[in-house]
Design a protein around this ligand. Sequence first.
Ligand code: TXE
Length: 483
Amino acid sequence: MQELANFINGEYRTPLGNRYLDNFNPATGAVYSLCPASNARDVQMAVEAARTAFPVWSKMPTDERSRILMRVADLIEDRLETFADAESKDQGKPVWLARSVDIPRACSNFRFFAGAVLHRQSECSDMDGRAMNYTHRQPVGVAGLISPWNLPLYLLTWKIAPALATGNTAVCKPSELTPMTAYLLGQVMSEAGVPPGVCNMVFGTGTEAGAALTAHPHVPLISFTGGTATAHHISQAAMPHFKKLSLELGGKNPNIIFADANLDKAIETTVRSSFLNQGEICLCGSRIFVAAEIYDLFLDRFCEATRALVVGDPSNEHTNLGALVSSAHRDKVMGYIRLAEELGGRVLCGGNVPDLDPPFDRGYFIQPTVIDRLDPNCAVMQEEIFGPVVTVTPFHSDEEALALANGVKYGLSASVWTRDVTRAHRFAQLLEAGVVWVNCWLRRDLRTPFGGMKQSGIGREGGHYSLDFFTEAKNVCIEWEDA
Ligand code: TXE
């Protein structure tokens, strides 16, 4: 059985307590490797390595750091299949999805920030010829990067790339549910020339390794992506140290389809925004609101397309949905489906565990599920389910659609389907969401700030994953001699 190891100071190390967690293949329910169950002493070792590496890395010429990070991207790309297979086996997603989205996006993360850091401008202002102000940005120090299980390499590298590009060093705590791609990334870092200690990986549970990192006095910055409930713990641990904090949390995103929408495109995209990655993307549009005049037509066509989706073997190129990440998560999502039925919801398609042949009969699969006739204020339409489950609700006016869309505690993203440009701009302004897509979904431009509002997170000014977040801005004012 493969034993993974922490990656500290440029080398793989067994956890000091020599304890491990079973790492499951979600598609078969089988344990296929062992993940280190690191403790505070492992975290301490990683933080010391990062602190030791910081002076040289932070003072390295920017173009040299940029070149090294570009090399990281090249090496990941050279091993695309290895990383894609690892991600699929770890998280349960179809391998074609890892190969076409997750891993290429990890390469883009490194290339974008390694490039952007070379072209930074700083602000400057003149005080009547008597003095000049300029803004000097400098790295923060050791960045604590805590990432989730749904897009393991994609989201972790979206933190590592800007953190390292700006001269910080990092201690990463990937999710214990999906450690494999972060484990493989250590070797790539070494081969690319990232100096020892610049980027460290410590694996383990959130309550032990994650909590030790969050509370560590020599980690002045925490970038977290995960659940809103966990974010409360992290905030409490970080605040006494006044750490710089980015919390990128969950969503319960509306997908609003007006009668004048391009219905072919809206339905095709809505199938993706509902079920891509088994619905385990914080940006999925899990609450669909449809103009009453096209409601029945939409339901017929959307459910027909949903029933045609293939659920099963993630290694099969024709599979649309793989397995959910864990048996506990599968049970949580099934619990919401059963609750919806108890609340009077109508399950229009899906709603069950599919009947699959061995070895997938022991995997954590759920059929893509569409439910309507629920009260918009019920738990199923208020809480993040984070699985292949969407609700559909008719609306009778623009005002009603807006009120329904904004009627949750989250504010991450929203989609609006309409050909009416005035309505599109009005909804974009009034929707309580950090990201609004009009006639599209998941079109991401790394130059734009990313993150949600309300209980979808904090620290997004400039973007959770931005060069600004990973630097401290200092204003310098110089007065002329003869002022
Ligand atoms: O995330 P957690 P989970 C949502 C989604 C999901 C829920 C929980 O609803 O069902 O969050 O998912 C580490 N101190 N999203 O359990 O628990 C943990 O080890 C420090 C949306 O995976 O938040 C992991 O590395 N660290 C989200 C990371 O935090 C702690 C994507 C995320 O774990 C910790 C994922 C602690 N006390 C889940 N407790 C999105 N926005 O994309 C846990 N961790």
